[in-house]
Design a protein around this ligand. Sequence first.
Ligand SMILES: Cc1cc2nc3c(=O)[nH]c(=O)nc-3n(C[C@H](O)[C@H](O)[C@H](O)COP(=O)(O)OP(=O)(O)OC[C@H]3O[C@@H](n4cnc5c(N)ncnc54)[C@H](O)[C@@H]3O)c2cc1C
Length: 495
Amino acid sequence: MDEVDVILIGSGVMSANLGALLSQLDPSLSIELYEVTKQLSQESSNGWNNAGTGHAGICEVSYTPDRGEDGEIKVDKAIEIFAEFEQTKQFWAHAVRTGMIDKPSEFINQVPHISFVFGQEQVEFLRSRYQGMRKHPFFSKMEYSEDAEQIRKWAPLLIEGRVGQPVAATYMEAGTDVNFGEVSRKLIHWLGQQDGCSIHVETRVTNLKRSGKGWEVTIQNLADGTTHQKKAKFIFIGAGGGSLPLLQKAGVDEIRGYGGFPIGGQWLICEKPEIVERHHAKVYGLSPGEAPTMAVPHLDSRVLDGKEALLFGPYAAWTTKFLHRGGSFFDLPGSIKFHNWLTLLKVGISNLPLVGYLIQQGLQGMNTRLKELRNFYPDAKAEDWKLIDAGIRVQAIKKEDGDAGIVHFGTEVVTSKDRTVSALLGASPGASVCVNIVLEVARKCFVELFTRDEVQKRLLGMIPTLGLHSRIDPENMAEFEKHSLNAEKTLGLRK
Ligand SMILES: Cc1cc2nc3c(=O)[nH]c(=O)nc-3n(C[C@H](O)[C@H](O)[C@H](O)COP(=O)(O)OP(=O)(O)OC[C@H]3O[C@@H](n4cnc5c(N)ncnc54)[C@H](O)[C@@H]3O)c2cc1C
């Protein structure tokens, strides 16, 4: 049986970027990608299954929930995410510049990012957040207003029909809408054309077994029902909701105590041109009550397959499936093992408000959903909107140092001790920071590669701001902005 250097499981944004990055850093690597569906990138990374927000910390108020000792909102997380999304943009700009992929407007477009709040308490929160953020050069162009007329200029639908309520908004023109599925497909097509690399669809990875210093992977061909084995030195499990069961099959110690908790999503969508063309922004609000951060509502301009639409949501939905397509209602029960049942039970008990929230969301009717939409768009009419399914996020549940398990809303990279298998669990902030995430995987698992001077040089050529963001003196900022401008011009985001 021949052996390849790398097997990537899944064709989402994570495998796509890891494969492209590794192949750029070391073109001699043999890489094979296996995807269960007939077409590439149809799960969470598919444009319709996520909100397509290029998360840069600009508008997502849920990334800055805490106050410091001075009582002001802490904005460190927003700064971190801004810098990480910048790395993603720079890698994609490198891919465009060098002809790996083309037509950036098919996967990234400029759409202003707005945070919008109403009611006195929320207004005070946003004011403090703005004051913290504007001190950082990343957000120096952010505008803030408590004046309904100014907010109407930024996004008229937010104000029309609203009476006598304090409102506030921040506005930054340089936000983005991203079709993560499209950029993944482009990168994967490029990868498949490289020497020693290949892409296989309608192939399900069903098992992983240690073999010598690497792995033997069992692959089922769904078109003809045959099964074969393949050896690889390194496996990346970028299978989204399918990652946890595969990691469990691989039997790596590091997965002990981990569980997965699926939260389905739904959108309200409006495609009426006369409404769609009056809103050009991604508008994020504050999380209602016990809603997990991923369920913070937003009213979004989307650009998908060349068409514009408005999406509102996501509404959380109860499910036991780990994957939208090809998942099974037995996914959740099947993932409960001897080593994680206690963690899962504790999570259920210690997160009762969250469980209650999910049940309430699952049972709500169209009227309740519209009520939530009208917090953003008071004049919204039921006949203009329809409900569609979004993707499923399998939140990672892990045993913390204390004894209660917690639902972890971030992204977890789980890597075996011998660094031969790595997997991604969890969801947020997800696709936007994919390059930062896969770079972490690559650095951890390809240690020798990163000791080479020419590789470090190549990496800095692709992502020049790496390492710059933590030092924000004026000299560094000028350099940061120069690289940022270059990338945005290449991606067609700035003139
Ligand atoms: C409702 C919602 C809104 C979101 N909004 C945003 C947003 O606005 N911005 C943002 O940055 N992120 C957002 N995210 C998160 C983002 O979508 C994910 O982080 C990202 O798409 C995950 O990519 P992935 O490659 O890990 O997984 P996926 O895109 O899910 O890809 C996994 C792939 O693996 C395949 N697979 C599974 N099992 C197997 C197997 N056994 N063999 C072979 N193939 C297999 C699947 O078919 C799939 O194609 C959102 C997610 C959801 C659900």
